[in-house]
Design a protein around this ligand. Structure first.
Ligand SMILES: NC(=O)c1ccc[n+]([C@@H]2O[C@H](COP(=O)([O-])OP(=O)(O)OC[C@H]3O[C@@H](n4cnc5c(N)ncnc54)[C@H](OP(=O)(O)O)[C@@H]3O)[C@@H](O)[C@H]2O)c1
Length: 263
């Protein structure tokens, strides 16, 4: 049976453990926080005494620490990684930065999940260099599929755009929901009523887009009757340059991601 070791057992590792607990993989985790290990164990992972202990019993290693803790964790396990696939989910930590600590030719895959992974509705952008085998890529994809959908990008730089779109993206939708809730309140509805209306509308719209029968642009046009209420609202967005505001925000998030990966 193949084993997966989690270096760090915080939120994202717990999402993986939950997603993979009924799979054929054996899961093992280490975290300096005993309470994190307790949660990991409850969710279905074995716990290790140290990172080295976790890695020595696994074929695949997933780095799940915060970016500033990655280097320290890698230094600890670097001598014990022979023939192991290393997957890092740490935002902004480049393959060059990881490789600098590990032995040459260690297969490394970078993955950029997002928060809905916690409810198995995430999307993970993946990148691997040419030296990573198809078998290893398939393995990484299967692991990431346990927390949602997956998508490969063809250059590591593209992960900065993934970060700006899907990594930070849940917050953009939450922001729109927050403002719609506020607007509904100001127009006179109760909090409970507006929340229900806005959240279900977001869910329904996402589900319609997810069917893939029509583009979001076409779906928008379909619900916009000439001279109607939706048109009045969309015209107001247009006048206020909503499109430019969204594009600028994504661009700035991408630039921030680049800046963080270079620091
Ligand atoms: N959460 C998400 O939705 C999400 C989405 C995309 C990417 N990510 C990436 O996933 C990584 C983890 O995020 P998270 O939200 O799961 O963070 P988290 O909940 O803080 O979990 C990280 C855990 O790693 C532990 N840790 C620190 N140093 C360690 C070491 N040397 N060896 C083993 N464990 C160590 C931490 O302990 P201490 O508290 O003692 O440091 C903490 O319990 C980040 O790099 C983030 O960029 C997360």
């Amino acid at each position: 049976m193949s084993r997966i070791a989690f270096i760090g057992a915080g939120k994202i590792a717990q999402a993986f453990i939950q997603g993979l607990r009924d799979s054929s993989w054996e899961l093992i985790a280490f975290d300096p926080q005993p309470e994190m290990l307790k949660i990991a164990e409850k969710l279905g992972a074995k716990t290790a005494k140290s990172n080295i202990d976790a890695v020595s019993k696994a074929e695949t290693v997933i780095i799940c620490t915060k970016p500033d803790k990655v280097q320290g964790a890698l230094i600890e396990i670097s001598k014990h990684l022979e023939n192991r696939l290393v997957i890092s989910v740490a935002a902004g930590t480049t393959i060059d930065q990881i490789e600098a600590v590990l032995k040459e030719n260690t297969p490394i895959i970078r993955a950029m999940p997002n928060t809905p992974a916690l409810i198995r509705s995430g999307i993970t952008g993946l990148f691997a260099r040419k030296e990573v085998s198809e078998l290893q890529k398939n393995l990484a994809e299967k692991i990431m599929a346990s927390i949602g959908k997956t998508i490969w990008v063809t250059s590591e730089q593209e992960l900065n755009i993934v970060t700006a779109l899907s990594g930070s993206g849940p917050a953009y939708f939450f922001l729109l929901m927050e403002y719609m809730i506020e607007a509904g309140r100001e127009e006179g509805l109760d909090q409970e009523v507006v929340e229900k209306l806005v959240i279900q509308t977001a869910l329904g719209a996402s589900k319609m887009a997810d069917l893939g029968l029509e583009t979001p642009k076409k779906l928008k046009e379909n619900v916009t009757s000439p001279g109607g209420t939706t048109e009045a609202a969309l015209n107001s967005y247009k006048e206020d340059n909503f499109k430019e505001a969204v594009k600028k925000a994504v661009r700035l998030a991408k630039l921030k991601s680049i800046e963080l990966s270079e620091s």
